[in-house]
Ligand binder design. Structure first.
Ligand SMILES: [Zn+2]
Length: 277
């Protein structure tokens, strides 16, 4: 969290609030969050924000050649300050001040996988170079339809090099919607299952984007209250009413419905079974 829908709707709001504004000042508030040293942030001052966009989970601020990338990671959030503030709230990362416009405050309430930002010279892709295709691209559609990737569906969806923009939250919801086990390997899926998976990726992200577009301002601390199953273990499955289960996998938890997704099978918790053995 935040994933594609949150970031996409956020940059649309930034575009509306700050598009065409002149960057007056950047105030770094957390030393380690700036991931680049050349070009320096000061080189952007006086430039106009020509557009705010997104690639994967990165927000991109276009300054007519040079760009600023912001990755909110797990606990990163944003405030649109109108009028701009001069405070340094807890977890503050950086403040971008624009002439006669609101300010953008990037902040962070997490402790690991922290938010970061990059200043890129024209033509430099920086961390964007490692990203896989967008979920709505033909390239990703071909991968789902024809790929023989042996990894599990949940792993594939979260891998930014395979498809950019989906994380743990929407991976849970996508697989629940598709009725597929989080442990199903892509190469073992039938053509029908693959089609359902692709439709589910698109539908879940589109619906979430619709909800996110109702927000105003920045991104609040509490996100994800519109997830269907993610983090809702113990609650009834919205489709069949069975108790949603969770399983620990690759250092995080997957929520799934054993009736809708795994034919009644309770997935083995690898962490736990390792301990038992
Ligand atoms: Zn169910």
């Amino acid at each position: 969290m935040p994933e594609l829908p949150e970031v996409q709707a956020l940059v649309e709001r930034l575009q509306a609030a700050l598009g065409g504004a002149e960057l007056e000042r950047i105030v770094p508030l957390q030393f380690s969050a700036l991931k680049t040293f050349d070009p320096p942030p000061e080189s952007l001052l006086g430039r106009t924000l020509e557009g705010a966009g997104r690639r994967g989970k990165f927000a991109i601020l276009e300054f007519g050649g040079p760009r600023v990338l912001v990755h909110l990671s797990q606990g990163g959030r944003a405030d649109v300050e109108d009028p701009p503030k001069a405070t340094k709230p807890r977890g503050a990362v950086a403040r971008f001040l624009f002439r006669d416009h609101p300010a953008l405050l990037v902040k962070e309430f997490g402790t690991e996988r922290k938010a970061g930002w990059w200043v890129l010279a024209p033509g430099d892709e920086g961390p964007l170079a490692k990203l896989g295709p967008e979920p709505f691209s033909d390239q990703f559609a071909s991968f789902v339809r024809e790929g023989d990737d042996a990894r599990r569906a949940h792993t594939i969806l979260r891998d930014q090099r395979t498809v950019a923009g989906v994380g743990r939250g929407y991976s849970d919801d996508i697989l629940h919607r598709a009725g597929l086990s989080p442990y199903a390997a892509l190469r073992q899926l039938s053509p029908d299952d693959r089609e359902v998976l692709l439709d589910s990726v698109r539908a879940v992200l589109e619906e979430a984007l619709e909800v996110e577009r109702r927000r105003t301002g920045g991104l609040p601390t509490k996100l994800g209250d519109h997830f269907t199953v993610h983090s809702r273990y113990g609650e009834p499955c919205p489709r069949c009413g069975a108790d949603l289960r969770r399983v620990s996998y690759e250092s995080h938890e997957i929520t799934y419905c054993p009736v809708c997704q795994t034919r009644g099978k309770v997935l083995a918790d690898r962490r736990l079974s390792r301990l038992v053995r």
